[in-house]
Every structure is written in C-alpha cells, then in structure tokens.
Write a protein that binds this ligand. Structure first.
Ligand code: NOJ
Length: 542
C-alpha cells in the first residue's frame, strides 16, 4: 500500500468564499495561509482545493483557462508554493482539483482550435452539423447545465461539444496529444509539491465512438454515451503508470451516477486506477437525480445506501465519505433540522465521520453553516441556478417562487462566504456574494470560544477517529432501530463502535448496547429516551 491516506481527514476549500487576505471581498491564498493553523487545530490532514486556475468564472474555476497557473484573484504560483510549504510544515497534504473533461472556452487551446488546420482543432470535439446548412447539432445530446450540448461556430461551420456550460468545451481525450498534455500538467503540480488530485467528473472523459443519439431526457440526454465507458479506465491507467505512480500521488475521482459494481473496477485490486471515489447516491435521499428535483427526505434510502457502499467495499477499497461540498445545499438544511441545528449538525457529523473510510469536510460544515435567504434572482451567480430558472419559467413558475426554491435547493447555498466572526458580513469587506445574515450567531470565533459548539464536536470526532482504528477500518453492520433512528455498528480487531442518531423532533425509545462506554453524546444529560436529534456513540471490547 502506498501513502497511508486512510488516516486522512480532508478539508475542502472553495477558494472564492474561504478567507479573504487582501480585503477585496474575494477569498484568496493569503487568506488560506492565515487559516492553516485553524485547520491544523481542527485535526485536518489534507486540503482539497477546488480549482485555483485562472478562469473567466463561467463555472468558478471548473472552466479552466490555464492549467499551469493560479487565478490572479487568488494569488500567484509563488504564493501557492508558499501555501504548499506551510501546509507541509504542519503535516497537511495538498490535493488540487484537476478538471480534465473540459477547459474554458478562453483556454488558449480552444482559441487555437477554431483556426482551420490548427493541431488544437482535434483537442476538442468539433463536428459538422446536420441539415442543409449544417446548423443543426450533430446529435440530440443535452448539456447538464445549459440547453443543448453543442454550440455552433459560424466561421468554422462546425459545432463543439460541451457537456456542461457553453464556456466549458469538452476535451477530446481520445487524442494522444491531449493525454500527453494531461500528464505534463500533472507533473507540473506534482513537481511543485502537491500530493494528489481530485479529478472532476472523471468518468465522463471518454465519449462513445460515433457519438450516437441518446434516450431523450429533460437534461443530459446522451449521458449514457459518456459515462464510465471502458476507455476511461484505459486513460486513467496510462496517467497512473506514466505519472502518478512515480510520485506516489493520491487520487480521488468524482463519479456521478456511480454504482458499487463499477466503482470496484476503478478502485479495487492491483489494476485500480483511482484511490477513492465520490459517488452521489447518499446525496439523493431527498431528491431524484439532483438537488433541484426534491422529494420528501427518505431515511430508509440513506440507510440502504450507506449499508450497501460500506459492505460492498469493505476489505477491498476505501469509501470517500462526505455530506457536503460546493455542489449541494448545506447538510443541516438538507438532512438535519433548522430548529435543532446544533444537535442535528453534530449527529450527522458523527454518522458519517465514524464510518469506515476517508472523511471529507466542506468549509463551514464544521460550524453548522446553513442555507441562504436571498430575496432576488439577481443576487444569485451560478449558471445552474439561471438555467433552472429558465426551465421554471417554462413551467409557469414565478421569480418569487423560484427564489424561495433556490434558497433551499441550489448549490449556491454552500458557496456563501465563510462566517469567521460576528461582525457585519462576518468580517468580509464588500463580499463577492452575500454573507448569510445569521453570521452574528453562527461564526467561527463564537464556536471556538464555546466548548459545546459544533466546531469543537468535529474536532473531537476527528481526534477520536485518529486514535481508534475501528472508526477508520471498521466492518459495518446496520442495527435495527425505529423509523426515525439511524443505527449501525462497526467492528475492528475486537473493538466495536455503536452509533445511534435520531432524525426526529420527538423523543424516541432506545435501548443502549450492553457494556458500552458512551464516548459521544450531543446532549449534556443522557435520558432514557433519545432526545430530538440526539446522537450517541458507544465503544466496547468484544
Ligand atoms: C463537478 C464539479 O464539482 C462542479 O462544481 C462543476 O460544475 C462540474 N463538475 C463541471 O466541472
């Protein structure tokens, strides 16, 4: 086994909203430097940076305009090197986002690709269109983000493929020259000292030959023809063999629509091509496909998904455990309770951090940050929100209704500036995005001073996890519990851990495990029944 990444707890930074070091209202690397001690104190072993690349921000860095540079809004290469060195001094690893499925339309490669005869033409997926004038798209694929998946270029008389926003043309990974570029980019950052990569929508990087039409869907028609095709593994094997293995680099792949069967092909055995993988199934206990198509919360689904992934991967691979990232609403509002914010945030934290695997914590999650309450559409920033607004209009929904809905379901809920202090705007000068008004109550400064805070709870959980291998490697068994209670047991080398968590506003009957020592409880006094959103963790020797 290579790097002992199993021990790591990873903290995700979405740079624009993390910490502002130069007072321009946009998070930056000086801000990050100033917070490294905070992350160390919290018990973090690695930071995953969402993209830091120069970008026109059609998708906030996931539209990369230069793979070997830092967005000047955040700093420069020298400053990033300083961040790496300072993090390493604190024994914190650095993982950066690698967006390989697409670039920005402002990337030099893409600009050149529009020049007839340029070698860059074949870096992207350009095709002749249909119809007499060739202006009809080459197939019926729809984007994940914005209408059709093809954009016509008059000068070339061809269309380019963009599975995401128009400003995110897909790369043609079938072209060996593109794969050489990828390896070169990997070496560039690894030589600088980064420890690994989070690979964005990595299972999309191969497209089916001939680009056949897909089964019609409201969005993402055609996705079957670019999800987890066999070529993906070939490409990843090549990157691993030619570069990643030489540096002992860690990889976590983002994999929408992933199943355990397919995941195992990527992350288990001698021929594994990724270390761990983000799947989405446990994020769909209150929605179908994505957060915008909301359903009532189904605890049964959450239980089933955790059980399935835990049991299927046990002993063969490691789960990447998360409850929040920059693509989802805040988890206290998604699966927890605003009324019992502190209790439910703590319960959800213990529920996933103590399962076998590698926990990822998203900025602000450790402080129980909540969703936004914006008033107007023009306060939002994200291409996905605007696209969904266009869809909502077609169904006759009003802007007022839509804004309320977006305040619950959009991914912008997790992108508000970090709430560091109780001051106006949580200490941010002219923040680029509205700061949640509840910052006077929910902020890091207050949480640090309160030993009962969510923040201290996260810290204690991470410390416990480090000291108790059962919380890293344990074999998972679901326990029978009431309808609104989640319970599991984890077992490792003669030690057992029992987690019990209530998802109810009402007291729930409960029988504690025999001989268990109570190591965590999110209430100060333990009563016979489980109190609303109560969580208890017991350990015992066999
Ligand atoms: C997944 C990223 O997490 C998301 O933020 C981004 O919009 C898409 N990939 C496209 O890069």
């Amino acid at each position: 086994m290579k790097t002992n990444y199993e021990q790591w707890a990873v903290y995700q930074i979405w740079p624009r909203s993390f910490a502002d070091g130069n007072g321009d209202g946009i998070g930056d690397l000086h801000g990050v430097l100033a917070k490294l001690d905070y992350l160390k104190w919290l018990g973090i072993d690695a930071i995953w940076f969402s993209p830091l690349y120069p970008s026109p921000n059609a998708d906030y860095g996931y539209d990369c305009a230069d793979y070997k540079n830092i967005n000047p809004e955040y700093g420069d290469l020298e400053l990033f090197k300083q961040v790496i060195d300072e993090a390493h001094k604190r024994n914190i690893k650095i993982i950066i986002d690698l967006v390989l499925n697409h670039t920005s339309d402002q990337h030099e490669w893409f600009k050149q690709s529009k020049i007839p005869g340029s070698k860059y033409h074949d870096y992207y997926i350009w095709r002749k269109g249909k119809g007499k004038d060739g202006k009809k798209p080459p197939n019926n694929w729809l984007s994940m983000f914005e209408g059709g998946a093809w954009e016509y270029n008059e000068d070339l008389g061809e269309h380019y493929l963009h599975v995401f926003a128009k400003g995110q043309p897909d790369l043609n990974m079938a072209n060996p020259a593109v794969r050489e570029e990828v390896k070169d980019i990997m070496r560039f950052w690894l030589d600088m000292g980064v420890d690994g990569f989070r690979e964005d929508v990595i299972t999309y990087i191969a497209k089916r030959e001939g680009l056949p039409n897909g089964f019609p869907l409201p969005i993402a028609t055609g996705c079957k023809h670019y999800t987890s095709l066999p070529k993906v593994k070939d490409y990843l094997r090549e990157f691993k063999h030619d570069v990643l293995d030489k540096y002992n680099a860690f990889t976590v792949g983002e994999a929408p629509m992933m199943t355990t069967k397919v995941a195992k092909d990527y992350i288990t055995g001698d021929d594994h091509v990724l270390d761990v993988m983000f799947h989405f199934q446990h994020m769909e206990a209150d929605c179908i496909m994505n957060d915008w198509v909301a359903t009532p919360f189904r605890l049964g689904k959450l239980k089933r998904v955790f059980k399935h992934w835990q049991r299927e991967l046990h002993g063969q691979a490691f789960n990447a455990n998360y409850m929040e990232n920059h693509d989802h609403p805040r988890v206290v509002d998604k699966y927890g309770s605003r009324k019992y914010r502190v209790q439910s945030a703590k319960m959800l934290a213990a529920l996933y951090i103590l399962q076998s695997g590698m926990p990822f914590i998203y900025q602000g999650q450790e402080n129980g940050m909540t969703n936004i309450e914006l008033q107007r559409l023009d306060q939002f920033k994200d291409v996905v929100t605007f696209n969904n607004y266009n869809l909502a209009k077609k169904f006759g929904l009003s802007e007022k209704f839509f804004v309320k809905y977006a305040n619950r379901r959009s991914r912008e809920n997790s992108r508000t500036p970090m709430q560091w202090t109780a001051e106006k705007d949580a200490g941010w000068a002219t923040p680029w995005f509205p700061v949640n008004e509840n910052c006077s109550e929910i902020n890091v400064a207050a949480a640090e001073a309160d030993p009962n805070s969510i923040l201290h709870w996260y810290r204690a959980l991470l410390k416990f996890r480090k000291e108790n291998p059962v919380a890293i490697y344990g074999k998972y068994t679901p326990l029978r519990a009431g309808r609104k209670v989640f319970a599991y047991e984890s077992e490792h080398e003669g030690k057992r851990l029992v987690f019990v968590g209530s998802f109810s506003d009402k007291p729930k009957a409960f029988t504690p495990p025999a001989g268990g020592e109570l190591v965590f409880c999110n209430y100060n006094t333990v009563q016979q029944k489980l109190q609303p959103w109560e969580c208890r963790v017991y350990v015992m020797e066999n």
